[in-house]
Design a protein around this ligand. Structure first.
Ligand SMILES: [Zn+2]
Length: 166
């Protein structure tokens, strides 16, 4: 069966699983924009506390800082832990514009976040369902919930433009 072209933007359709995360994803997208100033890959992340309040933000700063681990998620997790005064981010949600890589997926598990929400899938290097599924590996005793594809097209667009212009 062939699928007819989608007449609607999927983000306009009712979607009770993803809808609550669109607003924080817009904040993560704004953060991704900030990476452009230093020629960094436009990825942005935010960490929400157990009450849903914004705890920390981060964007990719590898070029800006020369640090190979300066991915948006790692920076946001570090700042969230500093804000809370402890490394355990139980009850927190990390929202990121691109599917986490293996390093960031590992960091999310180490930080004990309850949930990871991401926008664009990374078929080449994603570690939250695409190439690997580090965050939901049954051998781990902490497995965050995963919500994928929130504002997916909006999150993919700056990445597509970035790599096209290189
Ligand atoms: Zn990463």
């Amino acid at each position: 069966m062939t699928e007819a072209p989608h007449p609607y933007d999927p983000d306009d359709l009712p979607d009770p699983v993803r809808e609550p995360w669109r607003e924080p994803m817009r904040r993560a997208l704004a953060e991704a924009d900030r990476a452009a100033a230093t020629g960094d890959v436009p990825v942005g992340a935010v960490v929400l506390g157990p009450d849903g309040a914004l705890l920390a933000t981060g964007h990719n700063e590898r070029e800006a800082t020369g640090d190979p681990t300066a991915h948006a998620e790692v920076l946001a997790l570090r700042r969230a832990a500093a804000a809370l005064g402890e490394w355990r981010l139980s009850g927190c949600t990390l929202v990121v514009t691109l599917e986490p890589c293996t390093m960031c997926a590992g960091a999310l598990v180490q930080a004990r976040v309850d949930r990871v929400v991401y926008g664009a899938r990374d078929e080449k290097a994603g570690a939250a369902g695409s190439l690997w599924d580090v965050v939901r590996d049954r051998r781990l005793n902490h497995r965050p919930e995963v919500v994928a594809g929130v504002l997916e097209a909006d999150c993919a667009a700056p990445l597509t433009a970035f790599f096209r212009d290189r």
